[in-house]
Design a protein around this ligand. Structure first.
Ligand code: C2E
Ligand code: CA
Ligand code: CA
Length: 737
């Protein structure tokens, strides 16, 4: 060891250069010594301090402190005790500032010093008894004072930092929860409590389980949250983030990160952010976008959909057809054009609402007949079109469509049995364009209508010919009427009560170049062109003229003449009829006018007025083709009619004669109940005649008895009819025996 190069300083020098203020005070408090630091600290000169009372250096409230310490030190020294601050409960304000933790045997106390300029400062005061040089020297105490104002500044900084932190925590919108490493709640902010609605009392219990249950109860998927928490506690350093959905509709974002002190994980900080408003806003945006998309789709629908049936419209159909025709060569493209039969009647009789319902239902049934991707369009009115692309059997689809209306439909409590006529056209070897394809389907559809409706027909080139023929027919008919080519044939109608022919129906015939054109072919054309008025008058006139002798023989005999709605629309129809009967000398009571139900539903009410006027003159009215179209038993009582003619389609339901046909018995008994007579049309078999007779039908008409014959051939036809009936009745009588 080498000797220190510095000579040891003297005790006096050490005392003077000590940075703490050092004083020696006597038992009575007089200052005996001070060092330079004392002068600096308190702002007095050494002379101003020596011999003075030390209490001048202590702030109010601390002045008796030193003397008490003095006494305590001396008492303990006398008793040989070790001094501990904890034992000095009576040491005054300075002593009470001591912490209660175990302190070293000699512990400094805090006190406030008073400077010469009157300012105070915080300081730490340490005291010790001074060893006595001689027995009678007065006892004194060494006092060391250290200015601790710097510590106060540091404390204030800490306090400020703490308050800043807590203010920040409390003012953040996030709810924050700190959980210690052992899983206990170490702290929460108010936001956390209010966001989760946790009762203060529950939190105060520090029962983490109870708090967790309370939290979980509010979540839509508590299981998922528990799993997340479990996973995070298994990995204390993990960070995670997710979204929590609340049962009350709120949404929180959750963040969780470890709480670290100097790189050591001591707990976990959870923060929750209520993002409900943002989510609601986002949802609104999403909804608005969806609404917009829907509106766009609706606009598109409006442009391309038929609003009534929801089917495609003409425009969309045309687009699809054009696209189909541009498709790969060899792919079948079929157009099925269809039109409801007698749809006008539904509108006229049942009103437009019923008409609309029917179109909707037809549209629905059409869709059911085709594949989901096939185009079904409504072209307008009661016209529909189906486009089949790549179909293997278009005719099967056509048949299915015609069949689909076999099941009756109910509209506003009325049962309707609509039918449709369908024309089918397909692309084949001779490439055709869209408009030609549609024209062919149209021609085929008209052919289906002419062939008796309620059917489909595939386009054939000959149909073009018949289209031309139809136009020629209309032109020819005009000439025929002028040339007197319209003849009248008469079909006997036999009375079941009397067994003889009491009535004949006049049926128009067109004798064209030695050929007889059937009325189904020319009557519709005559109605379209209005020629029916002249034809109808001609039939009435010929009928009255030719049958006058037969009618004159028996006033119970009558002549039935068909009348078209077009004729009734002429205001002078009743006058004309009565003028004809009068000019021919036929009793109006021997005339029956056959009309179909549809004439009664014309908006024109003078149709009914004319029939009423004619009935007043004795003319009777028969309701023709009853049961077809859209007729109903319920309306029967309101119509000015005398006879009901049951359509052939009902008569043909009788086959073996053993079947139960309530519709027939119901029609007949209802008509009788209303005071009408009933004629059954189209009786072709003995079984039908018998069945109808059993139902008390008043008269029978049909090929079983006789077809329609020209006037000269009528008497034998009548005799034949009576013969057939007599034979029938004989058989019946025989059968009963
Ligand atoms: P409609 O008034 O129902 O006449 C009865 C039709 O049924 C007649 O046909 C008649 O020949 C036919 N017929 C009679 N018995 C039978 C039978 O047992 N079986 C079958 N299958 N048919 C039978 P037609 O003469 O061909 O007349 C057809 C339709 O043309 C008539 O039906 C009527 O609506 C109309 N028509 C005929 N003449 C006139 C007329 O002068 N004026 C008007 N407006 N229409 C007429
Ligand atoms: Ca008739
Ligand atoms: Ca009829």
């Amino acid at each position: 060891m080498t000797a220190s190069p510095y000579p040891p300083p003297g005790a006096e020098a050490v005392l003077e250069s000590c940075p703490d203020a050092l004083l020696v005070v006597t038992e009575d408090g007089t200052i005996l010594r001070v060092n330079a630091a004392t002068e600096r600290m308190f702002g007095y000169t050494r002379d101003e301090l020596l011999g003075r009372d030390h209490r001048m250096l202590l702030a109010e409230g601390f002045r008796s402190g030193l003397q008490r310490i003095f006494f305590a030190l001396r008492r303990d020294a006398d008793a040989g005790h070790v001094i501990t601050a904890a034992t000095h409960h009576d040491a005054g304000p300075a002593a009470t500032a001591l912490p209660h933790a175990a302190a070293p045997a000699f512990h400094p106390v805090e006190a406030y010093g008073l400077r010469r300029d009157g300012t105070e400062f915080q300081g730490e005061v340490a005291c010790s008894l001074l060893a006595q040089d001689s027995g009678d020297a007065p006892l004194s105490m060494a006092v060391a004072v250290r200015d601790t104002s710097h510590r106060q500044a540091a404390d204030a900084g800490l306090r400020e930092a703490m308050s800043l932190l807590s203010a920040t925590l409390e003012s953040t919108a996030d709810g924050i929860l700190v959980v210690s490493g052992d899983g206990r709640i170490a702290g929460v902010n108010n936001q956390f409590i209010s966001m989760w609605g946790i009762p203060r009392g529950l939190l105060a219990t520090q029962d983490d389980e109870a708090v967790l249950d309370f939290v979980l109860d509010q979540l839509v998927d508590p299981g998922k949250f528990v799993d997340k928490v479990t996973a995070l506690y298994a990995d204390p350093s993990a960070e995670s983030h997710d979204v929590l959905d609340f049962r009350d509709g709120r949404t929180f974002e959750r963040y969780s990160r470890p709480q670290k002190v100097a790189d050591k994980v001591v707990g976990r900080v959870w923060s929750f952010r209520d993002v409900t408003p943002a989510r609601v806003a986002q949802d609104r945006i999403t909804q608005a976008m969806a609404d917009l998309a829907e509106q766009a789709a609706q606009l598109k629908d409006l442009a391309f959909k038929d609003p009534l049936t929801g089917l495609s419209n003409r425009q969309l159909f045309n687009d699809h057809l054009a696209a189909a025709l541009l498709g790969p060569c060899g792919t079948a493209v079929d157009v099925l054009l269809l039109d409801l039969d007698d749809f006008k009647e539904v509108n006229d009789i049942l009103g437009h609402h019923a008409g609309d319902q029917m179109l909707i239902e037809v549209g629905r049934r059409l869709r059911e007949c085709v594949r989901p991707n096939d185009v079904v369009a409504r072209l307008g009115g009661d016209e529909f079109v189906v486009l089949l692309v790549g179909s293997l059997d278009a005719e099967a689809v056509a048949a299915r469509i015609v069949d689909s209306l076999r099941v009756p439909l109910w509209i506003d409590g009325t049962m309707l049995r609509p039918s449709l006529s369908l024309g089918l056209a397909s692309i084949n070897e001779d490439a055709v364009d869209a408009s030609e394809l549609l024209r062919r389907a149209d021609v085929a559809m008209y052919a289906a209508k002419s062939a008796g409706k309620n059917r489909y027909l595939r386009f054939r080139p000959e149909m073009m010919k018949s289209l031309v023929q139809r136009t020629e027919l209309e032109a020819g008919l005009r000439l025929a009427v002028d040339a007197g080519q319209i003849a009248v044939h008469y079909q006997p109608i036999i009375s079941t009560r009397r067994g003889v022919v009491v009535k004949v129906e006049a049926l128009a015939r067109w004798e064209r170049d030695g050929e007889t054109v059937p009325p189904q072919q020319f009557i519709p054309a005559a109605e379209r062109s209005g020629l029916i008025v002249e034809i109808g008058t001609e039939v009435l006139l010929k009928g009255c003229t030719e049958l006058k002798p037969w009618l004159a023989e028996d006033p119970a005999r009558s002549l039935a003449v068909n009348v078209s709605g077009v004729q009734l629309q002429h205001g002078d129809f009743a006058e004309l009829v009565l003028a004809v009967t009068e000019s021919c000398g036929v009793d109006p009571r021997q005339l029956v006018l056959e009309v179909t139900e549809s004439v009664f539903f014309d908006d024109d009410c003078h149709v009914i007025q004319q029939l009423v006027a004619l009935r007043q003159a004795g003319v009777r009215v028969a309701l023709d083709d009853f049961g077809t179209g859209y007729s109903s038993l319920g309306r029967l009582q309101d119509l000015p009619v005398d006879t009901l003619k049951i359509d052939q389609s009902f008569t043909s339901m009788i086959r073996s004669g053993n079947e139960n046909l309530p519709i027939l018995s119901c029609m007949i008994s209802m008509a009788h109940g209303l005071g009408l007579t009933v004629t059954a049309e189209g009786v072709e078999t003995a079984e039908q005649a018998e069945y109808l007779m059993n139902l008390d039908c008043d008269s029978l008409q049909g090929f079983l008895f006789s077809g329609a014959e020209a006037a000269p051939a009528l008497p034998p036809a009548m005799a034949r009819s009576a013969g057939v009936f007599a034979a029938l009745r004989g058989e019946r009588v025989a059968g009963h025996r």
